[in-house]
Design a protein around this ligand. Sequence first.
Ligand code: ZN
Ligand code: ZN
Length: 162
Amino acid sequence: MSDFDTAQICLNGHIICSGIKVHPEKKQKYCQLCGSETITKCNHCSTDIRGNYTPGQYNPTPMDKIPPPYCYSCGKPFPWTESKINSIKELTDEIESLTNEDKESLKNSIADIISNTPRTELGANRIKKYLSKAGKEVSQGFRDILVDIASETAKKILFPTQ
Ligand SMILES: [Zn+2]
Ligand SMILES: [Zn+2]
């Protein structure tokens, strides 16, 4: 048996319960915060979403308050990550001051900043550069989404504390 419990998370990334094997009574079909459906499995490979670490099921260690961005089994983004990536891509298309090439480059940088990889700093600096060319409104919209999905390293570059 796996040492991990299974988490139930809504499609927008609200964690409903991080241990439904230990607490099956906490299972619910919809999210009470946003009304979306909830899932317990990856929608790509059907692997259970990893929840609390439960050796012997006693004293479970709670999972992070932040839902995992990617499936550990197939590496694909979970729905909440995918929808944020899509909103960022839509916003990117609204930046009139960028060339199509810039837009593609910005879109490709998004994957680099979600988790810490050797490309995270590069990606974050690139996004920062493009956002400085965007209007105030668009870049604020970007920030609101990025703050939820960017890794700690990326956040330090994107949102330096003044
Ligand atoms: Zn929700
Ligand atoms: Zn998967």
